[in-house]
Design a binder for this molecule. Structure first.
Ligand code: GDP
Length: 429
């Protein structure tokens, strides 16, 4: 692969996070339209439908709810992938459709992403800072994302004057503090003043006169920043490691490729003709075709988002969240593990849902072993409860066996909120 990899265009995938109604879908619809991935006539069609429902401002947002190839094939998809291209890069927007269950889907998207786009309504900073924004950025960090592009959105609607420069700088400062408080480095965060609805500074630069005269000086366009954020390129040992890819979605039913899975390769490489193992079922499958960034190819390597067409396996053995691995060294199926977690809400021995990317398994925190300080020294042994902000070593027991390698990032949720996140330490079967 190392000889031929230079011929592949660079690829980058991102998740879109932020409080409901701050304009995520509209901004992404705009990006797809202005980058040429969606035709204006489709937007006009949505606009007509939306106007009939008195919701014309949602026409762009509807692009995100339709049009994805998988949906047209009538398959249920948890993580919609919206591709678009520029001269240099193949992009994929990983969208977590549906507001009610945003977080589990977002977790699935975030583990496949290179970076996050955080959308903040410049006029609603308060709601943006407290609620979902904070949870989403904590989760993005917990999923291993280190780069964020902050779209300071709806600047066309600042009051009393549109495109108020001070508002942009204020939002930038406040969101910056929040991002740094959860561990994002200053140099990994970029800020873009924009309007998704109007399309200003998304793909097309803002007019250099009038209200928006300051914008170009403050930041390039959103697309420019996405292009200049380098996507992960795998280290050689990551490519040579045993294959491991969590299945994000399973597709059934196309005539040429009756059974396919998509995901991001976490480790190793895969070629057409390879035999792989699916965990936890332990069933084998043959790779009959590979697509990377929607282009057919013979191989794919760690960090690439791909679709693998499978043969010689019954679909009942394939579920989203399963892990596809090398036959020589398959990922072990475990029943319990010890993890060091950052505690976000008071943590007791309690039932939790254990989220690992697309996988969620019911389980429980069976024991609090200790809390530790920043150097890893034990502060309290066997505490009754670990408080928000503490780091704790805990034992987690799963209700069913799950394919989790040591080092995998896990998020513990309970009653619809995120209580802790960490990495799998020692495991037992
Ligand atoms: P989401 O819930 O974050 O995906 O938000 P939506 O994209 O559905 O947008 C929520 C509302 O905000 C809709 O009525 C949009 O038309 C409106 N909106 C989105 N972006 C902008 C913008 O840049 N300017 C203005 N004025 N309104 C916007």
């Amino acid at each position: 692969w190392s000889e031929s990899k230079d011929t592949r265009k660079s690829a980058a995938a991102f998740v879109v996070i932020g409080h409901v109604d701050h304009g995520k879908s509209t901004l992404m619809g705009r990006l797809l339209l202005d980058a040429g991935a969606v035709a204006q006539r489709d937007i006009d069609k949505y606009k007509k439908q939306a106007t009939e429902l008195n919701k014309s401002s949602f026409a762009l947002a509807w692009v995100m709810d339709t049009g994805s190839e998988e949906r047209e094939r009538g398959v249920t998809v948890d993580i919609a992938q919206h591709p678009f291209q520029t001269a240099n890069t193949d992009f994929t927007i990983l969208d977590a459709p549906g507001h009610r269950d945003f977080v589990p889907n977002m977790l699935a998207g975030a583990t496949m992403a290179d970076l996050a786009v955080l959308v903040v309504d410049a006029n609603q900073l308060e709601s943006g800072m407290k609620g979902q924004t904070k949870e989403h950025i904590l989760l993005a960090k917990a999923c291993g994302l280190s780069k964020v592009v902050v779209a300071v959105n709806k600047l066309d609607a600042t009051a009393p004057k549109a495109w108020d420069e001070q508002t942009f700088h204020h939002v930038k400062a406040e969101v910056g503090k929040l991002l740094q408080s959860v561990g994002f480095e200053k140099e990994d965060v970029l800020y873009v003043p924009c309007s998704g609805l109007g399309g200003t500074n998304v793909v097309n630069p803002a007019p250099s006169s009038g209200d928006t005269a300051w914008v170009t000086g403050a930041s390039g366009t959103l697309l420019h920043h996405l292009e200049s954020s380098p996507a992960a390129s795998p280290a050689d040992d990551q490519v040579k490691a045993p294959l491991r890819m969590q299945i994000a979605d399973v597709f059934r039913g196309s005539i040429t490729n009756p059974l396919s899975v998509s995901g991001r390769i976490a480790a190793g490489n895969v070629q057409v003709g390879d035999i792989v193992v699916i965990q936890p079922s332990g069933e084998k499958a043959t790779i009959r075709g590979i697509e990377v960034s929607s282009e057919p190819g013979d191989w794919a390597v760690a960090t690439e988002l791909c679709t693998l067409h499978l043969a010689d396996i019954d679909p009942v053995h394939l579920r989203a969240g399963d892990v596809l691995c090398s036959t020589a060294q398959p990922v072990g199926v475990i029943r319990s593990f010890v993890t060091q977690v950052e505690v976000l809400e008071p943590l007791l021995p309690q039932g939790v849902d254990v989220h690992v990317g697309r996988l969620h398994v019911p389980g429980s925190v069976a024991a609090l072993i200790s809390t530790v300080d920043a150097k890893g020294e034990v502060v309290r042994k066997k505490p009754r409860v670990a408080k928000a902000g503490e780091t704790a070593n805990v034992k987690v027991v799963l209700e069913t066996g799950a394919p989790l390698p040591v080092g995998e990032r896990v998020v513990l949720r309970s009653g619809g909120s995120t209580v802790a996140s960490g990495r799998v330490g020692s495991v037992s079967v």
